[in-house]
Design a protein around this ligand. Structure first.
Ligand SMILES: Cc1cc2nc3c(=O)[nH]c(=O)nc-3n(C[C@H](O)[C@H](O)[C@H](O)COP(=O)(O)O)c2cc1C
Length: 372
C-alpha cells in the first residue's frame, strides 16, 4: 500500500477532534444498510471484512442496527440486542480497530415502516400516531403495502426508550467507539419529530417542545450508558423518504438542535443533499440553522464529492462530511482523494442483495494498479 500523504490543501483530509477521539481525517463513512446479516440477524464474518476494508475513514458509522425485535423493518438487517448479535459485532469492531479505525454503531427503530411479518407474533408496528406511510414495504414475502401502525400508549413510551438503552449497552459490550442515534429518514424518532406523522395530543405531540420529547428521552438514556461525548445523533430535516413531511422544518429541527446542545454530544449528523439522487428539489436549507444552535461537531451528508466536501469544510459549514455511496464503492476513498485517483462506480443492483458480490469485492486502488 502506498503511504497516504498530508494534503493541507484538502481540508477534508486533515485531522479533527470528535469527542475523546482524534480522527485522522474528516471523512465519515455514512451509515448504510446492506441487508447481509446472518442467523439471528447477527453480523457475519464478511461484515468484519467489509468494515475493515473501509477503516481509513476518520470515522465509520455502521448500518442501522435495530435495538429490539420490534425495531426491525427490512430483511436481513442486523440487530444490537441479542448475545449472538453482540458476538458478531465484536468481530467487526476488532477488525476495524486492528486497522486503526474508529467505528460508531447506528441505533435504529423503524417504527411505522415495519410490517407484521417482521414483528414478534405478527403484531402491528408501533408509531406516535396510527398513520400509514404511503407505498410498499420490502417484506420477507415481497413488496406489501404499508400498514397503519398502532399508536403507542403513553405508558409504553418508557419501554421503547429502554429498548434504545439496551441497544446502547449492547454496543458498548461489542467494543464500539460510540453510537449514533438514528433520528433521520422517517424512522421512529423522526416520526415523533415531524408533524406529518405525529398527531398526538399528549406530552409527546403538538408543539415542537413536545415533539422533541421522545428524542430527548432517548438521548438521555443513551448518554447514561456512553457519556455524551461518544454519542451522535442523525437527522434528515427535509428528507421525504418514507413519506415524511413537516410544516416547518427550520423550526422543528432548529429546536431539536437547540434541545440537544446542552448535552455536550460528540456530534450532530445532518443529511441535506443539495445534489445527487437523494436531493429534494425546492427543500428549504435547514442544516445551517441547526449549526447555529448546536455548538458541538457538525457532520453534513448528501451527494458530496472531494471538491464540495473541501469547500464545505473550508467555509465552516461543517467539521466533517460523510460519504455514503462513494465509500460503499471505494474501500480506500481517503487514499483515492489524497492521490486524485479515479473512483469505482457503485453498483446499485447489489446494494441490498446479500452475499459478497457488491460488498467486499470493490477493489482498492493498489489492486487495480497490480492488475494493469
Ligand atoms: C445502500 C444504502 C443504505 C443506506 N442505509 C442507511 C442507514 O442504514 N441509515 C441511515 O441513516 N442512512 C442510510 N442511507 C443513507 C446514507 O447514509 C446517505 O445519507 C445517502 O447515501 C446520501 O449520501 P451520499 O450521497 O454520500 O451517498 C443509506 C444509503 C444507501 C445508498
Amino acid at each position: 500500500m502506498t503511504e497516504s500523504h498530508e494534503h493541507p490543501h484538502h481540508p477534508i483530509l486533515t485531522p479533527v477532534q470528535l469527542g475523546p477521539y482524534t480522527l485522522r481525517n474528516r471523512m465519515v463513512m455514512a451509515p448504510m444498510t446492506r441487508s447481509r446479516a446472518g442467523e439471528g440477524l447477527a453480523p457475519t464474518p464478511i461484515a468484519a471484512t467489509y468494515y475493515a476494508q473501509r477503516a481509513s475513514a476518520g470515522l465509520i458509522v455502521t448500518e442501522g442496527s435495530q435495538v429490539s425485535p420490534q425495531g426491525v423493518g427490512y430483511p436481513n438487517t442486523p440487530g444490537i440486542h441479542s448475545d449472538a448479535q453482540v458476538e458478531g459485532w465484536k468481530r467487526v469492531t476488532a477488525a476495524v480497530h486492528e486497522q486503526g479505525g474508529r467505528i460508531f454503531l447506528q441505533l435504529w427503530h423503524v417504527g411505522r415502516v415495519s410490517h407484521p411479518s417482521f414483528q414478534p407474533e405478527g403484531a402491528l408496528p408501533v408509531a406516535p400516531s396510527a398513520i400509514a406511510a404511503e407505498g410498499t414495504v420490502r417484506s420477507a414475502d415481497g413488496p406489501q403495502p404499508f400498514v397503519a401502525p398502532r399508536a403507542l400508549e403513553l405508558a409504553e413510551i418508557p419501554g421503547v426508550v429502554a429498548q434504545f438503552a439496551h441497544g446502547a449497552r449492547s454496543a458498548l459490550e461489542a467494543g464500539f467507539d460510540g453510537v449514533e442515534i438514528h433520528g433521520a429518514n422517517g424512522y421512529l424518532i423522526d416520526q415523533f419529530l415531524r408533524d406529518g406523522t405525529n398527531h398526538r395530543t399528549d406530552a409527546y405531540g403538538g408543539p415542537v417542545e413536545n415533539r422533541v420529547r421522545f428524542l430527548v428521552e432517548v438521548v438521555e438514556a443513551v448518554v447514561g450508558v456512553w457519556g455524551a461525548d461518544r454519542v451522535g445523533v442523525r437527522f434528515s430535516p427535509t428528507g421525504t423518504f418514507n413519506s415524511m413531511s413537516d410544516s416547518d422544518p427550520v423550526a422543528t429541527f432548529g429546536h431539536a438542535a437547540q434541545a440537544l446542545d446542552r448535552f455536550g454530544l460528540a456530534y450532530l449528523h445532518v443529511v441535506e443533499p443539495s445534489s445527487g439522487r437523494f436531493a429534494v428539489p425546492g427543500a428549504p436549507a435547514v442544516a445551517q440553522a441547526m449549526r447555529e444552535r448546536f455548538h458541538g461537531a457538525f457532520i453534513l451528508n448528501g451527494g458530496f464529492d472531494l471538491a464540495t466536501a473541501d469547500a464545505a469544510i473550508a467555509a465552516g459549514q461543517a467539521d466533517l462530511i460523510s460519504f455514503g455511496q462513494l465509500f460503499l464503492a471505494n474501500p480506500d476513498l481517503p487514499e483515492r482523494f489524497a492521490e486524485g485517483a479515479p473512483l469505482n462506480a457503485p453498483d446499485f443492483a447489489t446494494f441490498y442483495t446479500g452475499g459478497e458480490k457488491g460488498y467486499v469485492d470493490y477493489p482498492a486502488r493498489d489492486a487495480v494498479a497490480a492488475a494493469v
